[in-house]
Design a protein around this ligand. Structure first.
Ligand code: MRU
Length: 339
């Protein structure tokens, strides 16, 4: 079984604290930030110290434990925990894993409302984390089986260990492919820098290099040229929410890649755990797309790169229609949305 030392958080059982790797400080600094309250968890998600759909869900689950811990002896504890759940739900709108984890944690609260301690709530947060690790492992195998041996894969954003509880979704598959062919014909990965937040440049390149996987960083506007030059054999990305018909929301720029992939006859795969599927939405046009601050467009690491006062837009995600997706890699196998 493959493994990665990279993780967005660790649990300190002695202090009962979630210790977060601050993803805003990467790649320069590996800084760890303890989270101990619902407010700190909400802040960390909104400010993107932790990001990536499954990692957000797991972090919020521990936030629900903090809420239960802080209110367990109060008469109106259910109402107070429900209020904290609403607060956590307001942090980011697109990744459904957040809402999925919060609902599951609230059900656990209801099932254990009369327990002496909130230990069952903490156990459920750990269970969500454990399940994510297992789903990443299963996707890695299914994805590597489906894609087979390839020289060059392109990925966008960070759908890696940093974005999940385990190996990563897209990067879990990449890790498995790397492992299978490293002695014969080593895999090479094209990493989109992923403007404006630079998850590819700051996080994916860091993660792949840490695990010794050969990669090359490109700016987002270079991928079409590389496809035209036949230097991309497959594309694999993660997902933040998948509607019932297979339409998939992922980091802004994903849709453009899928269109390019179709034109160049390159297989385009999405890897996602069960917690990313939203069967309540019939199609992708119903997915709420997060609009983030224009400051993130005009400032790079705090330095202004555009004229003061210029108008900006910052949709953080886009939706790829299912007709452009070759396969969705899930823990139970490959879904073929076109079919
Ligand atoms: O804004 P982010 O960094 O949270 O967006 C992350 C992505 O879009 C990832 O591709 C997605 O969450 C899948 S992570 C396994």
């Amino acid at each position: 079984m493959i493994h990665s030392d990279v993780s967005p958080f660790r649990w300190d059982e002695a202090q009962r604290l979630l210790i977060l790797l601050d993803q805003l400080a990467l790649p320069e600094t590996e800084r760890y930030v303890p989270l101990n309250t619902v407010a700190e968890v909400a802040h960390a998600i909104t400010q993107m110290l932790v990001r990536g759909a499954p990692a957000i869900g797991i972090t919020a689950a521990f936030g629900m434990y903090y809420s239960a811990r802080d209110h367990w002896k109060e008469d109106d504890k259910r109402a107070r925990i429900a209020a904290d759940k609403n607060r956590l739900a307001e942090t980011r709108p697109t990744a459904v894993n957040l809402f999925w984890a919060l609902e599951r944690m609230m059900k656990t609260v209801d099932a254990h409302l009369h327990d002496e301690t909130p230990d069952a709530i903490l156990a459920e947060a750990h269970q969500i984390w454990r399940e994510d690790i297992a789903m990443n492992q299963a996707m890695a195998i299914h994805g590597a089986d489906a894609i087979g041996q390839v020289p060059n894969i392109l990925t966008h954003c960070n759908a890696g260990a940093l974005a999940t509880g385990g190996l990563g979704t897209a990067l879990g598959v990449i890790r498995e492919i790397h492992e299978r062919q490293k002695n014969a014909s080593p895999l090479h990965v094209w990493v989109d820098e992923t403007r404006p937040y630079l998850q590819g440049a700051r996080l994916t390149a860091w993660e792949l290099m840490k695990d010794g996987i050969d990669c090359t960083l490109i700016t987002d506007n270079m991928s079409a040229y590389l496809m035209q030059q036949k230097l991309v054999d497959a594309i694999i990305v993660g997902a933040d929410r998948i509607a019932a018909n297979g339409d998939t929301a992922n980091k802004i720029g994903t849709y453009a890649l899928a269109v390019l992939a179709k034109y160049h006859h390159i297989p385009f795969y999405v890897a996602a755990p069960d917690s990313t599927f939203d069967p309540t939405l019939a199609s992708g046009d119903q997915i709420v797309i997060e609009e983030r601050s224009g400051d993130e467009v005009v400032l790079v690491k705090g330095k202004r790169i555009a004229p003061e006062g210029v108008k900006t837009r910052h949709p953080a995600f886009d939706v790829t229609p299912h007709s452009l997706i070759t396969g969705i890699i899930t823990p139970s196998g490959i879904l073929r949305p076109k079919a």
